[in-house]
Write a protein that binds this ligand. Sequence first.
Ligand SMILES: Nc1nc2c(ncn2[C@@H]2O[C@H](COP(=O)(O)OP(=O)(O)OP(=O)(O)O)[C@@H](O)[C@H]2O)c(=O)[nH]1
Ligand SMILES: [Mg+2]
Length: 698
Amino acid sequence: MKVYDAATVRNVALVGHSGAGKTQLASAILFDAGMVNRLGKVDDGTTVTDFDDEEIARKHTLASSLAYAEWNKTKVNLIDTPGIANFLADAQAALRVSDAALVVVDAVSGVEVQTEKVWEAADALELPRVVVLNRYDRERASLDRSLESLHAAFGRTVVPIQIPIGNEKTFKGVIDLVSMKAFTFEADGSSTMVEGPVPAGSAEAAQASREALIEMVAEADDQLMEKFFEAGTLTQDELVSGLRKAVFGRRVCPLVCTSAILNVGIQPMLDAIVQLLPTPADRECKAVHAKTGAEVTVAASDTAPYAAFVWKTVADPFAGRISMFRVMSGVLRSDSTVYNLTRETPERLGHLVLLEGKTQTDVPEIKAGDLGAVAKLKDTVTSDTLADKGGVRFAPIVFPEPVLSYAMEPRSRGDEDKISSSLQRLQEEDPSIRSSRDPQTKELLLSGQGQVHIEVTVAKLKRRFGVEVNLKPPRIPYRETITASTEAQGRHKKQTGGHGQFGDCSITMEPLPRGADFEFVDEIFGGSIPQQFRPAVEKGIQDARLRGFLAGYPVVDFKVTLVDGKFHPVDSNELSFRMAGRLAFKDGMSRARPTILEPIMNVEIYAPNDFAGDLMGDLNGRRGRIGGMDTRGGMTVIKAQVPMAEMLTYEQQLTSATGGRGSYHMEYSHYEEVPSHLQTKIIAAAKAEKAGEAEEEE
Ligand SMILES: Nc1nc2c(ncn2[C@@H]2O[C@H](COP(=O)(O)OP(=O)(O)OP(=O)(O)O)[C@@H](O)[C@H]2O)c(=O)[nH]1
Ligand SMILES: [Mg+2]
């Protein structure tokens, strides 16, 4: 029966820069553990964890997926995560339910931009980690150079517990520095492993590396440090138990060497995972008591009340919704009813399953600490807690706000509704996308983390839901604001036969700090405008400010105070005051010295040192402000703030300038005023667009 106790489970997420070999590594692990009977390859589209059509087509992981390997009587749960920057949120979600991270690093490139991002994410969750130096069979692979970049980025806690035998094409095994044994492989993809003594030629290097490891382990613990000073070394037992403790306390991040494609070093790595990484029972998770709000810790104990955390949802048009969860405490049983504490509603659990990529195995129950999934939950979505009333709730996963929006056009008329409903389903699966309607152009907008993210979402729409859309070029979400305070008045008056229309309001407008959006204050004393019409004034101003003043972008970061007005006992109504509000806004804007704001991005660029000068020059040309520059081994890290409008074509530029060796990460920072010569262009473009639309309508 496939039910595992916490002590026999390890939950690890494979994280790291795209192309480091996470998926291939998962594939080799599953093969060596006998979970599958051939070594699946990313390049052939035959891995367990990249099963989605879009992943196979692109040869990249686009969503986290779950698999498990049984190794030394232990269930190693593996979450293969995407390395492409646009999908970072999914890697972060995976880390939330992991007890350790396997940080996969390319032995040629060393640390890359996404390596840093996942490292930061693991730091924030206080997760122990193992560094897997993969692709060691490639030309220019180097342990020394990789260590140099790892040390520069993350400090000296990264310590080899194995050293490679052979290099590049001759890489065929590793020397384990704890057992001082050599493990060699056929390097042909088979699982054959031969254990032997340390080869004579490597004895000295192995001894020196072992001593460095012993020193780091001793340093991590005061008692061991004393023993180390007395004896000059540690006993084997002290090393083994000390290393485990040091890993757990994040004083040592062990490094192992592998070639996932040739199946070299995978089994010693699995041994290290089982021996050195904490079990769910070793770690306590933070939670909040649902009733009292008190912070509590939850232990992975089967006898505690059940509590499970949903970390991922998959929207399958046929199988329905699949919810992936971690049982944080207690036991979850198939065919039982549980309570969704977040939505405050009962949920019926059907068959609980273990996942091996897309393959499901029914299980009667899933115990504390283990990962599993269940289909067809009614109301449950990502970040929800399943636990009894009065139980504990886990903090929701924070997904990044979208940074880029594209307008979509349905290919066939009448598909609009289907697009909206399908996007809603996809949003359940990927909360970092948004869909909305542009208030000015009425176009359907799809917002996400970047171009790849949007393209993948559009491809999913087609493959899974059969709807096709055309994407228009991305729109920069400019904003407008005011820079001066002013008084303004709006009067709407119409005489049409019987009842007329009359509304009049006086307002003041003043700038607010960036990010404050919009504030409306009613400061009318007495009844110059009757209470029931005042909200209409605010509505009118809201309508108008969302339509913009200079170039059709929403006006933000200002405050309107309603100070006075007039009304007519017969002719005044809501509509009249709404119109008056609009007119007052327009009147005020003409004097409030309006200006245009643009989004500024935080950008981090990683590239080999030789390119640093060119890249800095290029950033200057993009109106970038360089915030810092650092070297990590042979790589330069540049941090800069750059307007989003200048970054739309950056990906292609960086790839061609660095021959594909540079990488970057970008996230939204804040809004800033656009220089005035560029404002003129934005205004002209908006006018041209409007004129074009008017023509179309004719
Ligand atoms: N030579 C060599 N190639 C490898 C090795 N591991 C993976 N590759 C290749 O490197 C490429 C990327 O491997 P993946 O496993 O897809 O990398 P990933 O880290 O999952 O990438 P993302 O899914 O984009 O985050 C593929 O072409 C693999 O065949 C290795 O050890 N040696
Ligand atoms: Mg992958």
